[in-house]
Design a protein around this ligand. Structure first.
Ligand code: SF4
Length: 346
């Protein structure tokens, strides 16, 4: 049994519950599984084995793709492959500052507590409770942060954590708006490539959120794909945690029932078509830019299919385009990247 207390540990194996003035919930990190779609509509889930050499089979078997896997792939497929093969490079000061800012924003509305997790069922139980409490907080306080979302996108299991959801206070619309905050080291507008990556990230969240509240969570596939036991008896510690939130659950399935009831009651909370990226300056947290854009289902689907074709091993990874060759200048894998050898030096 492992006590989950750190983000990296949590991302690999567990979850860290949170506590807010109105609610408690756990940070739901990334793990799970991936399927690929064979249906024309792209939403079918095919339990066919992937080619053994595919990135999905090698690195995400019986695990979900994280939304950050998707955005990292969109940034540069070759770089994503380097990360899978060699591990993530050391975090830069700018990345650490970004994480610190997110922790600060999270602390404004939730407080984390530790829960001991013994199994995948308990990890998912805490994750479902985080979703339930996060949505309650949204309804009662008009805002929630770090809320987990999960589901099937174009046939692959995907999981992510939405930075922030707000309910509008204009009295006109009740549809929540999804927000993601990015921090920047310099007082400079983000490039189109950075904005495009952020758009993809927020569209993933919207797709997952809207599908959850539309009650499209594929329960049977969930149990079979992740090899979870609905009758799993939760530990005393997890039961205590769930109880402290005002729920009473003995088995994993009890928690899933609460989750489904929550989704059912949220049907009217489909998110706005408008999504919001906020850019802040790291030096003083001042707002640099608010970038609003509209969800584009066709564009999103194309992007996801492109990313998945890399993961499914249908083709070789792509390098960055010529216009975005500047990314290589900030890439830790550049010394080993064939792209650099091909680049004319003049
Ligand atoms: S050097 Fe450029 S093309 Fe190669 S992995 Fe890095 S970002 Fe991608």
């Amino acid at each position: 049994m492992a006590l989950i207390s750190g983000a990296l540990v949590a991302a690999a194996a567990g979850a860290r519950p949170l506590l807010s003035s109105a609610a408690r919930r756990a940070a739901a990190p990334l793990s799970c599984a991936a399927y690929w779609a064979t249906s024309p509509g792209g939403n079918g889930i095919e339990d066919s084995p992937l080619p053994r050499s595919s990135h999905l089979a090698r690195f995400r078997e019986r695990r979900a793709l994280a939304v950050t896997d998707i955005t990292a792939t969109e940034w540069c497929e070759k770089q994503m492959e380097f990360v899978l093969e060699h591990g993530k490079p050391e975090r830069t000061d700018a990345m650490k500052a970004g994480s610190d800012r997110h922790a600060q924003l999270e602390d404004e509305v939730v407080r984390r507590v530790d829960v001991a997790i013994r199994s995948a069922e308990e990890l998912w139980a805490v994750r479902f409770m985080n979703f339930i409490v996060g949505t309650n907080q949204l309804l009662f306080e008009d805002i929630t942060r770090e809320i987990p979302v999960f589901g099937v996108v174009e046939g692959s299991w995907v999981i992510g954590i939405i930075d922030e959801i707000q309910l509008p206070k204009n009295g006109i619309s009740f549809q929540p708006i999804l927000v993601d905050t990015k921090t920047r080291r310099r007082q400079k507008s983000p490039s189109e490539a950075q904005k495009r990556n952020g758009r993809l990230q927020l569209m993933c969240y919207k797709y997952l959120w809207d599908n959850l509240i539309a009650e499209k969570f594929p329960t049977e596939n969930f149990f079979s794909y992740f090899d979870l036991d609905p009758n799993y008896l939760l530990s005393n510690h997890v039961k205590w945690y769930i109880n402290s939130l005002g729920f009473n659950a003995k088995t994993f399935e009890d928690v899933l029932k609460y989750f489904k009831i929550t989704c059912h009651t949220l049907q009217w909370l489909q998110s706005q078509e408008q999504l919001l990226l906020r850019y802040e300056l790291q030096a003083d947290d001042s707002l640099l830019e608010e970038y609003k854009f509209t969800y584009d289902a066709r564009w999103f689907k194309d992007q996801i299919q492109e990313v998945l074709s890399f993961w499914q091993g249908s083709r070789e990874p792509k390098f960055v385009t010529e216009e975005e060759r500047w990314k290589c200048g900030i890439c830790k894998f550049a010394p080993d990247c064939p792209m650099i050898d091909w680049t004319p030096k003049c």
